[in-house]
Design a protein around this ligand. Sequence first.
Ligand code: C5P
Length: 251
Amino acid sequence: MIRRPGLERVAVALDTPEWERFVELCELFGPRVGVLKVGLEAYTRWGPAAVAEARRHDADVFLDLKLHDIPSTVAGAVSAACDQGVDYLTLHAAGGSAMLEAAAAAARERVKLLAVTLLTHLDEDALAVLDLPGAGATRAARWATLAWQAGCHGAVCSPHEVAALRAAIAPPFLLVTPGIRLGGAVVDDDQARVGDPRTTLASGSDLLVVGRPLTQAEDRRAALVLWAAEISGSSPPESGSALNRGGRSRR
Ligand code: C5P
């Protein structure tokens, strides 16, 4: 199967309530993109079977559970995820240093831990209600630095914060970016802080999380061709990526 240049930097979010469709998405996207993302919906419905199905295809597997609990509980969950053979696992940076360190210790370099900073559905008003006003990039960079110091391999941030995080932390720390839309336009869904693939990669992102624009496209194969053209235009092979250098160096 041909993986068009650029699509190795795409993680497709497999968000669906139907098992048949989940399998169909794995079969379509697995050979064509770099990463398949099993999220909360799929994992809550089907558990390890969803991970096992995603692993059958020619792509890395990203278990997006966004763990956030006391350190020992998170460490146990990280261990369980490692046993399932996933390549990436998310947890919330807001869980704090002790939680992040416990997770990194439990991972023992078996999985790349990605710390979620500020979720991309939060706009300025929502951040203000949470008493997290303004300066989203500063906060996200601070939380990402906390995650790096604790031993995590990367962070998840919106396209709006990726440049600030990249300025704060050099590769091989991975930056993973959801909220990607062609043209960077906010559409009628729940993403607020969005960006286009080309600018987001040029700002320092390693991996783009893309869900509905690919999975709900009328012609998903044509959509893949379009996204590949967009991405490869922004990503000359010689620029390289922390993704290809294995994320965090071993300690
Ligand atoms: O492209 P689309 O908006 O459909 O992508 C949604 C996916 O991105 C979901 O699986 C969601 O969990 C994930 N995600 C996100 N915002 C984050 C982290 C992950 O939207 N900050």
